[in-house]
Design a protein around this ligand. Sequence first.
Ligand SMILES: Cc1ncc(COP(=O)(O)O)c(C=O)c1O
Length: 372
Amino acid sequence: MHFYFVHPQIKLTSIVKAKLSLFGRPNRAKITEKLSVYMPNKQFVFTDMGRSAFKLVIEKKGLQNSEMLIPAYICDIFQPILTHYKIKPIFLDIDLKTFHIKTEDIQNKITPNTKSILVCHTYGLLFDIEALRKQLRGLNHRLIIIEDCAHAFFAKKNGVFAGNLGDVSFFSLYKQFPALRGGMAVCPSDWQVNLPATKFNFRDFISFLNYFAPLSFLFKKFGSDIAPKILRKEKLDEIGGINNASLNLFANFFEDAEKSLENRRKLALILQAELKALGFGVQEGEGNVFCYLSVLAPKEMTQKRDEIVKRLRKYGVFCTRIWHTPIALNQEDLPNTFEAAKRIINIPLQNHYSEKDAKRIINAVKKAITIL
Ligand SMILES: Cc1ncc(COP(=O)(O)O)c(C=O)c1O
């Protein structure tokens, strides 16, 4: 049995629902109604990718030519966007227990041109935006809080879900739902937005096949050839709307994803406990939806992280290393970011895995780290 770090898979029993989702017009009013339970009084703008929703936020908030506080440990898709809009990033280091930004330095780092702060519920753990707001109130400097919920659908605190906490927020749908692609900006209802539709394409078809476990090996085999070509094509400056198939898939698998969240959390906590006992660093578990189950290789094995990942493949566990290249180039002031980049390992976790699967993964890890 092989375990792949891939985005959510679809059980073969749901193949008909999945296939039907590829056709037909989504019922946007119904989807909005469903989402309003989680994020009341908001407008949901569906984009082709999460990054497009971020671009929309920049344009609507007029953040071009300003400075933005941003986690140094985050996805590298942000760099070209910031360059495009002439936004100067001010990087903030992270805490190694949460992977969230440390906010103590904000006061020393901002200038009169700092207009916004990007916060991220990294890997699915809710960042405390309320505490940040309190801190900012004391600063006498207005900052727009942009909430990156790419990993955090269903994450909540005191009954308030991710997406409600920032001044504006955005999601990446395909990370937690088998939606192929798609992003969502959550914004005030008075924003006037009209995006050009995008089409279901060859890349979407390959991703669709990848949703069925027996075929995921195809992606591992050919993905590295296909992905760079696709990425080049996707460097469109235009902000595209979501395609119908992705929106249907998101809507049709929404309840399944929510229902299986408990199993996902249970397994993640089991895996975390076992990995911690083996010397790995684990993220705080409380309230975590574990979009990515991410651990730090034992400190003394930092130099061997890639060797561990390679060996795990031999034992059928295909991990990844998100984010092994920080977008901040200069290590100065950012020690934890660069340490996380060297030690991070993301372990495969699917909502339908069982405790037996978790045991198999742990056994593979045990084998991979012996005699290292
Ligand atoms: C934290 C975070 N934010 C935003 C994005 C962008 O999302 P998308 O790939 O849908 O553009 C990603 C992943 O790519 C991410 O990991």
